[in-house]
Each structure stands twice: as structure tokens, then as C-alpha cells.
Design a protein around this ligand. Structure first.
Ligand code: CTP
Ligand code: MG
Length: 565
């Protein structure tokens, strides 16, 4: 019976959907379970899950470590034997940056003290030394015995990514677009060694800042720790003076009360500027390996910028920047919820860099931080959503999670196990294609991107691209972006979505064994795209003038409404 058959097919479809859902739920549940276990310390004891715990562990490791400039033909075994006289070495590795360097982590801080006790101030004729001792050392060989003719046995760990051409070749050898995306993430993400080096540089800087503020700590934030950092990204540092400010100390109800006498300043900003001014001066005058120090104190967020030559890191030191620490924590949380989040962010960031959508030079370009928020927003709008909204994370928060910084509500849940995920089963390939499709037709002229709500909102102000800052909600994260840059981004999204739909591009190219296959899939998206083609496409899809006028009127109407409320 045709009607009976139709019912049967319908029934089978339902079973199939249920099965799919249950598989996906299991996969996501396994992931959530793993996170929960890690939180509880049952698994992955080496790398704790909460960002606070990661910070504490890495900082402690860094304080037991030294950075040593070595002879280029140093022998690994001799090196370790020499240093082991001061105590057990827990980990060491070599890397190259203006010479060969080694990071050496001792089991105990006493070993570092013993090593420093043995170190001498160099005496170089004609040069005078600023006598500032630190854990950045040079190992000289007094005799050439045993060095030049021996096999060094030393392997240098790369601290930068391979050139884009090599990446394209590597991706072309993969068999699916999902594998390509995973492979890109693996080659771009920060390595264990690079992360250790970042914490060590913060710890070395802390030794300098401690000359003024003995109780301070310096913590990395931004892409160095939020899970979205690429090898070679800058090192954002936060000078944390909470240990000094005594926040949380309660006044006794009666009796005597002793207070410090302190200087007053006209505002928090003035305090930040004077702290960064002296630290900047100190880094410039005494900081070994710190060059090109600039004090950018009039910026919205004052900072000291410099290059740390031994590590090759471009460093930005800020203080009183607690909101940025919170957004780092939030991004970290999103990245930990589902592995697809980090992979998609890495892929979009890499694609954007390859096409000059982002740049290392500040300007009217979209920044990596903005791009990351755009990816998160897109993932919140999937059906079902892959990640929850920030409002939802705030609703899950416990009283201990409450955080209000300078009047901004920065509260969100810290216990990952409270977060229930939907069973989204989209593949990375599908998500990448839909990301391009989503932004190829996003109503940028009228709408603002908002990860707090997970839904686009009317633009509160006129700016080509409006992305609400997740915590400082009156700010636009992408205020710097001009219309030309946004147009380019949209055109590239259109082109990339179109390319991914072409059958010749979305499957691996046939090639002889041993030969490098021609670029396909994601690799094609990283090659220069045909600008002329993009431009003609762009013209066709441009919004009609009447739409633009309509959106302007709408935003004016909204403003009026807000003013009357
Ligand atoms: N930040 C912010 N608001 C902005 C810009 C930055 O809150 N408008 C915070 C974010 O937490 C960001 C951090 O400052 O992660 C560091 O900024 P930046 O170095 O520009 O971005 P990263 O995320 O570190 O990315 P990149 O790899 O490009 O350095
Ligand atoms: Mg950064």
C-alpha cells in the first residue's frame, strides 16, 4: 500500500534522526564528561582545566626555570650534566632565536638559587655593565675541549609556524576537509614548549617589576593563554598588583587599625600611567634582552610595548586591565567546551591572515579578537547551538563567580560541569562552509554581533562593523574597522563559500604516489583568490541604496526609543 509505505519511510526517518541525535549526544557527553573529570583532577593531572589552575601551575613551573643562551655546538648531555650539579632537572628544551637558547626547569627553586650563586657578572673590556642580575644567563665554554667535533645531540623546538606554502602542501596531502582543519590547528597552535617560554618571560619580567612592587605577579592573557594562540603571536602581559592592594581585607569593627600612608592620584588611570611609566623605565634601563621599549600611556588602555629578544616575543605589558583577563577566561571556556570551536577559530584566523583581512600592523583591519567573537557568535546561532550564550553562562554562575569590574558585570559560570551542551552534529567542513555563507549575507549595515544574547541586535551606533564588547557592553570591539575592510571580508566570505561548493575543489586531487598533490579543499581557500571575480560578485550582491537608507532610519528610530526610555 503506497500510504503504508509512506508511513513506514516516515517512521524509519524518525528512528534515523533519533539515532543520530543519540550518537551526537553521546559524543558531546563524552567530551563534557572528560572536562568534568579533568576539573575533578581524575584525568590529565598534568594540565588542569580551569584557567586559574593553569596559571597557578605554569607560574610555579616558570619560577623554577632559567633561560640560558648556549654555545651553538653545545652538547645536550654535557649541558645537562653540568647543570645537574645544582639539582634535578625536570624538563629542558632548546630553541633558536638570535642564537641557541635553552629553557631549563629544575625540580626545586633552591637549584636556581645555587645556579645563580655560581654565575658571574661578565667582564668585557671597553663595555660597562648595568649590574642587574636575572635568570637570563649565558653559558660559556672555557675550553673548546669536547665541543666542536662532537655530535651535539641537540634538537631545537620550533617557536614559529611553518611558511604558508608548506602548510598548503601539508593540507593537500590530507584526505578530507575535516582532516585538513584538524591538521591546520595542530600546526598552528601553541606548543607545550612555547607556552612554557611565555610563562617564563612573564616570570623574568616579574623579577624586574618586583624591584618596585615585591608582591606583584605578571600573568599572560589574550591569545597566549585563551586557547586560540598561534605560534608567533604577541605576548600580552598583565601586571597584577592585587596582592598589594589588599582587596578583601576587612576593617575590624573596633580597636586600633593600622594603615599604610600612600600617595594619592587624581584617578585610577593616573595611577596606571605612573606605574607603567616607572616599570617601562626599569625595563628599558635594566631589563636584559628587552629592546625597543615604548611607553604608550595615552592609549585607552595604557601599555608598555617592547621586544624580548631572547624569546623573540613582542610584548605588551598592561596593568589594571581586569576586564581583558575576564574575556581571556571566557574565550578559554568556549574553546574548552567543544574541540570544533578552537579548530574553526584557527582556520578562520589563518584564512583571514592569508588574505590580508587581519594584519600584524595596527589599522582599519579586523583584529583576531574580533574574528574570534564572530566565530563564537556564528556557533551560537547554529541550530541547535554549538555553544551557549554569555547570558546563559551568567545565569549558571554561583555566588562565588560574581564579578563586577568598574561597574561592568563580568559574571559567568566557572564550573564547566554545569554547562549542558546541545547535540549539534555538524562537521567542521559544514561549519566552515556555513560560517562563510553566514557572513557573506549578514546584515552588517543594520545589525550588531552580540555573544551575550547569541542573536544579532540593532546597531546602537553608526560603524561599518559593530561587535559588542562582551563585558564593556557600551564598547564596539571593531570600532577601528572601515567600510572598505568590511567589504573585502564579505567578498572573501562569498568567494570562499562559492569555492567550497565546487566539486573539483572539495575532493582530494588525484596524484601519483610520492608526488605532492595539487591544492584542494581548505588549501585552495588559502591561495590568493581572484580579486576581479570577487569584485564582480560584490557588485551584484551590494545592498540597494534604499535598504541602506531604511537601516539608517531604523537605527535612528532605535536611538530615539532608547533616549525616551
Ligand atoms: N581585548 C579586549 N577588547 C579589545 C581588544 C582586546 O577585551 N577591543 C582583550 C581580549 O581579551 C584579547 C586581549 O585583550 O584577547 C589581547 O588583545 P590582542 O592582543 O589584540 O588579541 P589576542 O586575542 O591576543 O590575539 P592576537 O593573537 O592577535 O594577539
Ligand atoms: Mg595578543
Amino acid at each position: 500500500q503506497p500510504r503504508g509505505r509512506a508511513r513506514l519511510v516516515k517512521c524509519l526517518r524518525k528512528v534515523e534522526t533519533c539515532l543520530h541525535r543519540s550518537i551526537a549526544t553521546n559524543a558531546v557527553a563524552t567530551q563534557a564528561e572528560a572536562t568534568r573529570k579533568d576539573d575533578a583532577g581524575e584525568k590529565g593531572k598534568d594540565v588542569p582545566k580551569s584557567l586559574h589552575a593553569v596559571h597557578a601551575k605554569r607560574q610555579e613551573q616558570a619560577e623554577r626555570s632559567v633561560l640560558i643562551n648556549c654555545h651553538s655546538r653545545i652538547n645536550d648531555k654535557n649541558f645537562i650534566k653540568h647543570l645537574s650539579r645544582h639539582g634535578e632537572i625536570q624538563k629542558h628544551f632548546f630553541y633558536e632565536s638570535y642564537g641557541i637558547y635553552a629553557v631549563v626547569e629544575f625540580a626545586s627553586q633552591d637549584s636556581v638559587a645555587s645556579l645563580l650563586n655560581e654565575a658571574a657578572i661578565p667582564s668585557i673590556s671597553h663595555d660597562s655593565m648595568v649590574p642587574f642580575k636575572s635568570r637570563l644567563l649565558s653559558l660559556r665554554s672555557l675550553s673548546s675541549e669536547g665541543l666542536p667535533n662532537q655530535q651535539s645531540g641537540r634538537q631545537c623546538k620550533p617557536q614559529t609556524t611553518a611558511p604558508i606554502n608548506e602548510l598548503i602542501q601539508r593540507l593537500s596531502r590530507e584526505e578530507t576537509i575535516d582532516q585538513q582543519i584538524t591538521s591546520l590547528t595542530e600546526s598552528y597552535q601553541l606548543t607545550e614548549e612555547n607556552t612554557r617560554l611565555r610563562f617564563l618571560v612573564c616570570s623574568l619580567l616579574k623579577d624586574i617589576a618586583a624591584a618596585y612592587f615585591p608582591e606583584c605577579t605578571i600573568k599572560p592573557f589574550g591569545s597566549s593563554v585563551n586557547g586560540f594562540g598561534k605560534l608567533g603571536c604577541d605576548l600580552d602581559m598583565f601586571l597584577d598588583l592585587d596582592g598589594i592592594s589588599g582587596s578583601g581585607v576587612k576593617m575590624p569593627k573596633s580597636g586600633l587599625w593600622l594603615e599604610y600612608q600612600m600617595k594619592r592620584a587624581s584617578s585610577e588611570r593616573a595611577v596606571t600611567q605612573s606605574i607603567l611609566s616607572v616599570i617601562g623605565e626599569c625595563v628599558e634601563q635594566f631589563g636584559p634582552g628587552c629592546v625597543g621599549v615604548q611607553r604608550i600611556l595615552n592609549a585607552r588602555c595604557p601599555l608598555v610595548r617592547f621586544a624580548h629578544q631572547p624569546s623573540g616575543f613582542q610584548c605588551d605589558l598592561t596593568t589594571n586591565n581586569r576586564v581583558a583577563m575576564k574575556s581571556t577566561e571566557l574565550l578559554y571556556l568556549y574553546g574548552e567546551l567543544d574541540p570544533r570551536v578552537r579548530s574553526l577559530v584557527f582556520t578562520v584566523r589563518c584564512w583571514a591572515r592569508a588574505h590580508g583581512v587581519t594584519s600584524s600592523i595596527p589599522g582599519a583591519w579586523i583584529t583576531n579578537f574580533s574574528l574570534t567573537i564572530m566565530v563564537l557568535f556564528f556557533l551560537q546561532t547554529r541550530s541547535p547551538p554549538l555553544i551557549p550564550t554569555l547570558d546563559h553562562l551568567r545565569n549558571l554562575a554561583s555566588p562565588a563567580d560574581k564579578s563586577v569590574i568598574e561597574g561592568n558585570d563580568c559574571t559567568f559560570v566557572s564550573n564547566f560541569s554545569k554547562i549542558q551542551l546541545h547535540s549539534n552534529i555538524e562537521t567542521l567542513e559544514q561549519l566552515l562552509y556555513r560560517f562563510f555563507e553566514f557572513y557573506a549575507s549578514f546584515p552588517f549595515s543594520r545589525m550588531s554581533i552580540n555573544i551575550r544574547k547569541g542573536k544579532e541586535q540593532n546597531k546602537p551606533e553608526v560603524a561599518p562593523l559593530h561587535i559588542q564588547n562582551p563585558f564593556e557592553t557600551s564598547l564596539n570591539v571593531s570600532k577601528n574597522v572601515n567600510a572598505a575592510q568590511l567589504d573585502r571580508f564579505v567578498a572573501l566570505c562569498q568567494e570562499s563559500a562559492w569555492l567550497l561548493q565546487q566539486s573539483g575543489i572539495s575532493t582530494p586531487t588525484a596524484h601519483k604516489e610520492g608526488d605532492t598533490p595539487a591544492p584542494w579543499g581548505l588549501a585552495t581557500l588559502l591561495l590568493p583568490l581572484d580579486v576581479a571575480k570577487i569584485k564582480s560578485r560584490k557588485k551584484r550582491r551590494r545592498e540597494p541604496a534604499s535598504d541602506r537608507i531604511k537601516s539608517l532610519l531604523e537605527s535612528l528610530k532605535n536611538k530615539n526609543q532608547q533616549n525616551t526610555n
